[in-house]
Design a binder for this molecule. Structure first.
Ligand code: SF4
Length: 278
């Protein structure tokens, strides 16, 4: 069985940056807490816990006076609450998320109603929506309006697929363009997501089976699994121990990709296990 690894996989610059900032902060300031997991990967969070990074699910759970904002960012309202608590902030918001927040703020300031193509409950989407000054919504389906706003801006959760965003935008144009005076579209899908999706799709077209490695809570990893499974049989695993040798019966070529929050050691562990199965 031949094994092909996607040309772009694993940790993105946003996740590496967030981990670097946190490690430097704990070294300088001592133990701290993050508001929610700083990245959606259990192994990364366990490693960070060893360097003194604990997770607080809400501001009420805070023990110290230093709080880290995750790579997913927070809304202006949450930022105000953090400041009201008098906390020292360590900000690891990914620059691609920041770009989406700025786009949302500019659209809302110019009077546009914001539609975010994304998962409403995802922390990044909640944060970006907070920049829309109360004039916005997040959805993966075409929204229904009692009264359609005249100016509409559309942007995407950074980790959505291009094909999904393009389909959403074109369906919106087909059904609503005649009813709005102005429509602005900002492509806020991040570069790392685009490259990982493109590389995964190229491999998926050449193999009999794909393995997608990464947390089941990671939005970008879920998206890789969805995209690959539309092309070839695909398994989404978090660790090498989940690999079932029966998957490889009568297979000649196997492809591997991994989400942007999957650490190198987890990918290496999967590759080592696959080599044993060859
Ligand atoms: S997946 Fe993209 S938006 Fe998310 S942390 Fe990585 S680079 Fe930033």
């Amino acid at each position: 069985m031949e094994i092909e690894k996607a040309a772009e996989l694993g940790f993105c610059t946003g996740v590496r940056r967030a981990i670097d900032i946190l490690e430097r902060a704990t070294h300088k300031l001592g133990p701290l807490q993050t508001l929610g997991p700083v990245v959606h990967n259990q192994q990364v969070m366990e490693r960070l816990a060893e360097s003194g990074v604990k997770v607080a699910e809400s501001l009420d759970q805070l023990e110290g006076n230093i709080l880290a904002i995750s790579s997913h960012g927070v809304s202006p309202k949450v930022l105000e609450q953090i400041k009201d608590h008098g906390l020292q902030i360590v900000d690891t918001t990914c620059p691609f998320v920041r770009r989406a927040q700025v786009a949302a703020w500019k659209l809302a300031s110019a009077g546009f109603f914001l539609i975010i193509f994304g998962e409403e409950s995802h922390p990044e989407v909640q944060g970006v929506l907070g920049f829309a000054k109360g004039k916005g919504l997040a959805t993966l389906e075409l929204p229904k309006f009692d009264k359609l706003p005249r100016q509409i801006g559309i942007l995407s959760q950074t980790t959505q697929s291009f094909s999904g965003f393009a389909h959403f935008v074109s369906s919106f144009v087909d059904s609503h363009l005649g009813l709005v005076s102005e429509l602005r579209i900002v492509n806020t899908i991040c570069d790392a997501t685009r490259k990982r999706q493109q590389a995964a799709l190229e491999v998926a077209k050449r193999v009999d089976l794909m393995l997608v490695v990464g947390s089941r809570h990671s939005a970008n990893t879920q998206r890789l699994a969805e995209l690959c499974s539309a092309i070839v049989e695909t398994y989404h695993i978090e660790r090498a121990r989940e690999i079932d040798p029966s998957w490889f019966r009568n297979r000649r070529r196997l492809g591997v990709t991994a989400g942007a929050s999957t650490p190198d050691e987890v990918i290496d562990e999967v590759m080592a296990k696959l080599k044993d199965e060859q």
